[in-house]
Design a protein. Sequence first.
Length: 398
Amino acid sequence: MSTRLSARDRTAYLHRAIKAADWYVNTQLGHHRPDWNADRGRFLYYYFMPDGRYVPGINWTQGRALFVLTEAYRLTSQKKYREAAELGAAYVAALQVLDPHFKKTVGAIKETTPQANVGGMLDGAQAASGLLMLEKVTRDPRYLRRGRAFCDYLLRNFSPHKGLPWLARFEPVEEVEYDKKGHCMAQCTAIPLWHLYRRTGDPRYLKPVLWAADFILRCQRDDGAIYYLQDPHAFPKPKMNHHEGRGTGDDIYVIRNDDAIMVVVLAAHLATRSPKYIDAAVRYADWIVKNGPLARPLCAFPIQCNNLLDIGRVAGQDYSEWVLDNLQDHLLDLQVLKSSDPKAHGGFRGEDEENEGGIFGGTSYDYVTNRMTCYSAGTLFRLSGKGTGAGFSVFGLK
């Protein structure tokens, strides 16, 4: 890590990361007449600062909140972080299907509300990883049981030909769907399998992780960039969003916000020590350094920082100078630290999903978002030297 990072700097970054955890505590829904409120424990998708409107979160936003809160609880032992995390886990429990009537999909996690009839597996995987992080800091077997149930669902439906499941439908007809386009980021569905493998040592959970890592490598260009599809030219050009669709020429196919795909690649390296995985990771890191920081999407910078710091740690290289050179403009300046509004204070601004704004209008900078707050807190925890990024790190929680 860079010699520019003093003990004072590390402390300041940890303080900012803890402020991000406070944002999750302060925006959690369902505290008014809590026993009557089905939103009890739900975190925000994003918050519109000009007038206080918000979008309630879904399964992946629960998972990402758990990443930040479990790290904060591990480092501070403050019960408010554990209590918020456990309330968030209770909402995940309401989303998870454990009724044995559902033979194919038992263990899957619904996307949005307990009444939903579909669940995307990439998003559900983040909720499952959050449960496994919560078990790590509480040792409460409920969270391991539920995290394992999701992973067992993946394992039952994993196919060496089709890969991991893409979508679960519950009613009126139960079915499991697979990705027909070959999305690279869909392989992040394997992340909780890696965390469970590390937790249990059960080799069954490793096989899909290695399959997913090999898939990711097949999406990589010679220059190190990674395409969002294995064969992007076989499909219509993507629309601009917070993952891909930006740039010119073939760069529109390149992933910008990669949802932590390097966790899978680095996991494969740590498990096998095959040089192909670390070589691919280093080429990706070198591409990021050469081509960044990206102005948009805003969420690209913190996830790329997390990639660089973890790749460097595994590969024995130091990419922290690039992170620090760009940290102020692309991360620190986006944290809300001078607001009297507790639903804004501590969070990070930047809405990319609706491109230049969000569903309430205004600009991207009017929104405090779960996505930016989780990614950015992960960067700050890493830079502090005290944390890892939890579920979005190959190392999990320390």
